[in-house]
Design a protein. Structure first.
Ligand SMILES: [Zn+2]
Length: 121
């Protein structure tokens, strides 16, 4: 059985990599809230953030989209699941995130622990 891969990102370098999130390849799930494994950014060496299975990597130059993803990640949102649910889609521009987070305390994709990227290690 092939390894179940998830997206890990470095918000500093604006890069995303698909990596295994569990120690056993038998326990993969699209609904993971966090990773059992740590992966470091090949660019800068810092610990990458776990985004989930369905994160669509924005172009490197799209700062707003990367900041939106970072703020969502910090608020505990993960790009998990099948992508099919009736809750509001996650915003892709940074200006929209604060209001979105405020309006969606129980969103189906808000499954992770809140975090602070600058302090994350
Ligand atoms: Zn990096």
């Amino acid at each position: 059985m092939p390894q179940f891969l998830h997206n890990f990102v470095c918000f500093d370098c604006r890069v995303s990599f698909k990596r295994p999130a569990t120690h056993s390849s038998e326990t993969g799930s699209a609904h993971l809230a966090d990773s059992e494994r740590d992966h470091t950014c090949p660019n800068c060496g810092r610990k990458m953030g776990f985004m989930g299975r369905n994160f669509a990597t924005p172009p490197k130059a799209d700062k707003s989209a990367w900041l939106a993803a970072q703020y969502l990640w910090e608020a505990g949102f993960r790009f998990s699941g099948s992508g099919y649910h009736s809750d509001a889609p996650l915003p892709k521009i940074k200006q929209a995130v604060a209001a979105f987070v405020e309006a969606n305390p129980n969103h189906v994709q808000r499954i992770g622990r809140p975090n602070n990227w600058r302090k994350y290690a």
